[in-house]
Ligand binder design. Structure first.
Ligand SMILES: Cc1cc2nc3c(=O)[nH]c(=O)nc-3n(C[C@H](O)[C@H](O)[C@H](O)COP(=O)(O)O)c2cc1C
Length: 367
């Protein structure tokens, strides 16, 4: 069943959100044939890799917050998915605070060894004060959270690449520490990060391999791409960009739009409003007011990472064209979510991905 078209290093990468929390990826009472069970997720990962997806991104949550009553822990869950697949890379979400860099470095080095170098990490900096309160974690203000995450990433890189590693920061201290075994991947597993505020962009430009943006319009994404890339260039670095999108691919545009309308009409308004309240606070908490969700409407928030805004909603042709438009503004990876994950990852792989590859090949032969 797999039809993986020819790819080059310059080809767009594709990822999907791992539904390791209950309730799917939209806060809606619409039917979602998606399960957070490991059996469902193993099969999903196998389908995704057969169709040429490159990555799966897990989520970290300690409390329900918005829907998501049950939340599997991402390190253990991701390892299980990796064991069920052969090529897919799994990006493990880690929240500094509850996790210490030394434990993460060691756990992920072992998983990397056990899975032939297929682990990656997404450093999330935390946005939900109620969650931190519930688990007894000290809450840092917005930019301090990013200062801590930046140190966290520097330390991870140090432990993963050096012997006798020493570090004396505001949050972490190390003295002559040597990790053995180190990860299989060199120089180290890829480091992703999530967040769109100025502090997030500054951190990305200094230390991360990948910057993940919430869903947005093409103009909104371009502004971030340009800012992160120019800041990275000033640091003498390059950085890759991933963008979130909720995909509704159907045979006709009307059908796809009707699905979006039904998701929104059946939104769990109470849960969306509760999330919206916390998310707006988080978005406006960044000093410049440009954080995630700072400009999201209630309808946007039904997909909790603004995935409708990217507008991958329509026919396979329309979606492929919009994906190429994202590539043309410098996006390297499309992070996707769906209503019915197994069925729709297969549909996307069968009907959308080949069109994207065709268009990419045309682009590269024109250049
Ligand atoms: C693609 C992506 C994935 C994320 N995954 C998680 C997650 O699993 N858990 C979490 O607590 N926050 C997650 N976040 C939230 C961010 O880490 C960050 O706290 C949030 O985007 C607010 O950032 P900002 O206001 O500084 O832009 C994610 C964000 C993005 C863009």
């Amino acid at each position: 069943m797999s039809q993986i078209s020819k790819q080059t290093d310059n080809s767009l990468k594709f990822a999907y959100w791992v539904p390791n929390v209950s309730g799917g990826l939209v806060i809606s009472k619409i039917e979602q044939r998606t399960s957070w069970s490991i059996e469902y997720n193993k099969k999903l990962a196998q389908i995704a890799e057969q169709y040429g997806f490159d990555y799966a991104l897990s989520q970290i949550r300690f409390t329900a917050g918005y829907g998501a009553e049950y939340q599997h822990e991402p390190v253990a869950f991701s390892h299980s998915i990796l064991e069920a697949t052969e090529k897919l890379k799994v990006i493990i979400a880690i929240l500094p605070g509850p996790w210490k860099p030394v434990t993460v470095a060691k756990q992920l080095a072992t998983i990397d060894q056990l899975t032939n170098g297929r682990v990656a990490i997404n450093i999330v900096s935390g946005w939900f004060k109620g969650e931190f309160n519930a688990i007894g974690e000290h809450w840092l203000e917005h930019d301090e959270r990013y200062n801590r995450s930046e140190e966290f990433i520097k330390v991870l890189k140090g432990i993963w690449t050096e012997d006798n590693f020493s570090f004396h920061g505001n949050f972490y201290q190390f003295n002559n520490y040597t990790l053995k075994p180190k990860p299989l991947q060199t120089p180290h597993p890829e480091i992703f990060q999530g967040g769109t505020s100025r502090a997030a962009r500054d951190m990305g430009s200094k230390v991360s391999d990948w910057y993940f943006a919430n869903g947005n319009t093409i103009e909104g994404i371009k502004a971030q791409v340009d800012d992160v890339r120019s800041k990275a260039a000033a640091e003498g670095r390059t950085i890759k960009i991933g963008v979130n999108a909720f995909v509704i691919a159907r045979a006709s545009e009307e059908e796809a739009k009707a699905v979006l309308q039904e998701i929104v009409e059946k939104a769990d308004i109470e849960a969306v409003q509760a999330f919206g309240h916390a998310a707006k606070q988080a978005g406006q908490a960044s000093p410049e007011g440009e954080g995630n969700w700072a400009k999201s409407t209630l309808e946007d928030l039904v997909q909790y990472n603004d995935g409708f805004k990217t507008n991958l909603i329509g026919t396979p042709e329309q979606i492929a064209d919009r994906i190429i438009a994202l590539k043309n503004i410098g996006v390297d990876l499309i992070l996707t979510a769906y209503l019915h994950f197994q069925e729709e990852v297969a549909y996307f792989g069968k009907h959308v991905l080949p069109l994207v590859r065709e268009r990419e090949n045309k682009l590269s032969s024109n250049n």
